[in-house]
Every structure is written in structure tokens, then in C-alpha cells.
Design a protein around this ligand. Structure first.
Ligand SMILES: *Cc1c(COP(=O)(O)O)cnc(C)c1O
Length: 428
């Protein structure tokens, strides 16, 4: 097998082999905290990173490593780590790059939870984010200063409709000597591999499509291995002796694996945002069918979005796969197999109609999640964006008359029938 393996083969086989101890074909759930050292010398080598192996499951675990290696293969990276959630993955991606007084330039069109994490919570670490509309590439360039350590964006922004120009953002990041970090949750590597568009780090909420059925909270960070952390003095945790790991200089010593080993040996060790083996097992199961599910998600989303776009009860549909979308051309370049399955609609009748729509749907579940096999809906203005003033809701794409749909893989006629009857009840 000298040719590179295809995506679907990797989705089933990457990162795993029959269990050497038992021959178990499926990846066992290694439900263990610690691993017996062969002898004291073996233990010392593991702690010195002279030999790769398992020490303690806060750092690495065989089931969790299998998942990290699988997502790494699908994204075309050099190394990856798994985390306890998508939000944990974002902190873990930033951790080796940041320090007090440093900032990131972040897209203003991000998942609401990420906006809160970046605008409020990271300030407690002395980090900050400058939010910029990434449609304005000059504004992105101008926002970068000598303390900026990354650009952060989403491939297809949650709640949907906006596709980032990854290639253009990667060029700006390159010129500034900083990495582009891409949250690829809503696209998945099936629809887009951000590293091929110049991203250095890719983060995922594995909670969504990677697992695919709403059973797990998890996250992944994938490193391309291509960034030269030693090219400037900007990334001392990677290029200089790291005091948190007895003076090891990660990039000089480990090259393309520097970020990954730092994330394990320092990040997971000290921040402890570790994924559990049971969760990793469910996500591995989910990824085996990632292509099949994403094909159906996209196929259904396109049909449902086209149907809603023609419906007089609906004012607007933000799906980037729609012929009329301002981002359709870019979606064809960045996500050529389809623009995902997440989008918003504005319903005639405003806030009250949206509440009635949500309450009258039978097949759709009203939940704060996305990327499930099931079709899901949420009305941000009465839930996730409830605390915001109306103008802030509108800026966040969560106006009172907007609902977010995550189109599942049920029979599309049933999805449409459910929306049809609920829209009738909502706008009567
Ligand atoms: C859900 C989500 C996250 C956060 O992931 P959790 O697993 O819920 O912590 C981050 N980014 C995007 C795009 C998401 O949809």
C-alpha cells in the first residue's frame, strides 16, 4: 500500500491496529489511569521524552491517542491531542503561544461561546482578542501588532452562512510570522482540510459531527507541523528552554512534533483538560461513518435550504450552498463537497413566530447542540443570546426573528414535512 490511503480508509483505520495483547479488532477502551514501567530506566526515559510511551492518563491514553492519530491523519497534520471539550481545545491551542499581554486577532463571526471565551474569560490569563470582520482583509492586517500571536477563524462559521477565506487569512498570518488557527468543527475534514489552505493549527469540537450523535463532549487540536516556531522570538515556550519542562527546548529538540509534545508534556499535564477513554471510543466509532453522514447532511441541508428559500413564510436563509448566497463561490473553493448542514433562517412574524415554530416541531429537537444525526433547532434570542441587547443579538446573527437549524440525516421529506407544519402553526 504505497499510495496514500483515501479519506474513507483513514476514517476507519488510521491510528489503530488490532490490539497487540488480545487481537481485539475494535480499539479497546483502555480504562486505566496508569501504566506499569518496565523498570526504573524505562520510567526515566519516558519522563525525559527520550522514549514515547504511556505514563498517566492525564497526559496520554491508548484509546485517546488512537483518536488523536485518526483525526490527525484525516486533517493531514503532523500531530494532535484530544481535549475534554471543544472549548478546552481552543485554550490548549493558544496555551503554547500565549502569555500575559499577548493577543490574538479573531474573526467577529465565531460561535457565541467562543466570543465569550475570547472576549471575557481569557482576560484572566492576561490574554486578549481583537475581533475583526475577516471579510475586511486590510482590517485583519491592521489589527495585528507586535504582541499578536495568532489569527483565529472558523471554516464555516456557527451559526452558519459565512465561509472564511482561509487562503487569504493564511497569507496574512504568514507575512506576520504567526500561525492561523482554524476551528473546523462545522465543516469537518470531510468538507475541508484547513491545513491544505495554509492553517497551522486546526481545532475541533468533537462533540459535533466527528462523534455525530450527541453522546460525547470532546475536542481535538491538530498541528500541521509546518510552522517554524524558532523563526522569531515570538514563541519562547516552543523555541527556548521551557522552564516548565526542566529546560527542554521543544522546537529545537522535536521539530515538527514540538507543538504536540509541548501540549502533552506541559499543557495536558498542568491544565488537565484531558479527554476520557470512553469518550474517545465513541468518537472513534462516529468517525468511521463521517463521510457517509456528511454526504447525507449536506444533501439534506441543500434540499431543505432551497425549499425554505422559496417559502413565503421565511424571510431569509443564510446557507452558503444557496445559489443566491454571497459566499457560494468561496464555499465552492473552501468546501467543494458542500457548505455543511448548519444555517439560520429569519421567520416572518418575528420573535413570537420563532418561539411557536420551535414549540410546534415534532421531529426536530430544540437543543443547544449541532452536528447530530437528528435534526436540531434553537432560537438564539430566547436561549443562548438571551442576555444580549437586541442590537448585539442582530450583530451576532441572532436577531429575534432568527432560528438556527442543524439538518440531520433523516429522510429529507420528513424533515421538510415537519418544518412545513410547524411554520404553518407559527405564522397562522
Ligand atoms: C460547539 C462548538 C464549540 C465548543 O465546543 P464544545 O465541545 O461544546 O466545548 C466550538 N466551536 C464551534 C464552532 C462549535 O460549534
Amino acid at each position: 500500500m504505497s499510495n496514500p490511503l483515501g479519506f474513507d480508509t483513514l476514517a476507519i483505520h488510521a491510528g489503530t491496529a488490532p490490539d497487540p495483547a488480545t487481537g481485539a479488532r475494535q480499539v479497546p477502551i483502555y480504562q486505566t489511569t496508569a501504566y506499569v514501567f518496565r523498570d526504573a530506566d524505562h520510567a526515566a526515559k519516558l519522563f525525559n521524552l527520550q522514549e514515547v510511551g504511556y505514563i498517566y492518563s492525564r497526559l496520554t491514553n491508548p484509546t485517546v491517542s488512537a483518536l488523536a492519530n485518526r483525526v490527525c491523519a484525516l486533517e493531514g497534520g503532523a500531530g494532535a491531542i484530544c481535549c475534554s471539550s471543544g472549548h478546552a481545545a481552543q485554550i490548549m491551542a493558544l496555551f503554547p503561544l500565549m502569555g500575559p499581554g499577548l493577543n490574538i486577532v479573531a474573526s467577529s463571526r465565531l460561535y457565541g461561546g467562543t466570543i465569550t471565551q475570547f472576549s471575557q474569560t481569557i482576560k484572566r490569563f492576561g490574554w486578549s482578542a481583537k475581533f475583526v470582520d475577516t471579510e475586511d482583509l486590510l482590517a485583519v492586517e491592521h489589527a495585528i501588532d507586535e504582541n499578536t500571536r495568532a489569527i483565529f477563524c472558523e471554516t464555516i462559521a456557527n451559526p452558519g452562512g459565512y465561509v472564511s477565506d482561509l487562503d487569504a487569512l493564511a497569507r496574512i498570518a504568514d507575512q506576520a510570522g504567526i500561525p492561523l488557527i482554524v476551528d473546523n468543527t462545522t465543516a469537518t475534514p470531510y468538507l475541508c482540510k484547513p491545513i491544505e489552505h495554509g492553517a497551522t493549527l486546526v481545532v475541533h469540537s468533537a462533540t459535533k459531527y466527528l462523534t455525530g450523535n450527541g453522546t460525547v463532549t470532546g475536542g481535538v487540536v491538530v498541528d500541521s507541523g509546518k510552522f517554524d516556531w524558532s523563526a522569531s522570538a515570538k514563541f519562547p515556550s516552543l523555541s527556548q528552554p521551557e522552564p516548565a519542562y526542566h529546560g527542554l527546548a521543544f522546537h529545537p529538540a522535536l521539530g515538527a512534533m514540538a507543538f504536540t509534545f509541548h501540549s502533552i508534556a506541559v499543557g495536558l499535564r498542568d491544565l488537565g483538560m484531558t479527554m476520557n477513554p470512553q469518550g474517545a471510543h465513541y468518537t472513534l466509532m462516529g468517525i468511521e461513518t463521517l463521510s457517509l453522514r456528511m454526504q447525507r447532511h449536506v444533501e439534506n441541508a441543500k434540499i431543505v435550504a432551497d425549499w425554505l428559500d422559496q417559502d413565503p413564510r421565511v424571510e431569509t436563509v443564510t446557507y452558503a450552498g444557496l445559489h443566491s448566497s454571497p459566499y457560494r463561490k468561496r464555499a465552492e473553493k473552501i468546501t467543494p463537497k458542500g457548505a455543511g448542514a448548519l444555517f439560520t433562517i429569519a421567520v416572518k412574524g418575528g420573535y413570537d413566530a420563532c418561539v411557536k415554530l420551535v414549540d410546534n416541531l415534532k421531529l426536530f429537537s430544540h437543543v443547544a447542540n449541532l452536528g447530530d444525526t437528528r435534526s436540531l433547532i434553537i432560537h438564539p434570542a430566547s436561549t443562548t443570546h438571551r442576555q444580549l441587547e437586541e442590537d448585539a443579538q442582530i450583530r451576532a446573527g441572532a436577531a429575534p426573528n432568527v432560528v438556527r437549524l442543524s439538518i440531520g440525516i433523516e429522510d429529507v421529506k420528513d424533515i421538510i414535512a415537519d418544518l412545513d407544519q410547524a411554520l404553518t402553526a407559527a405564522t397562522a
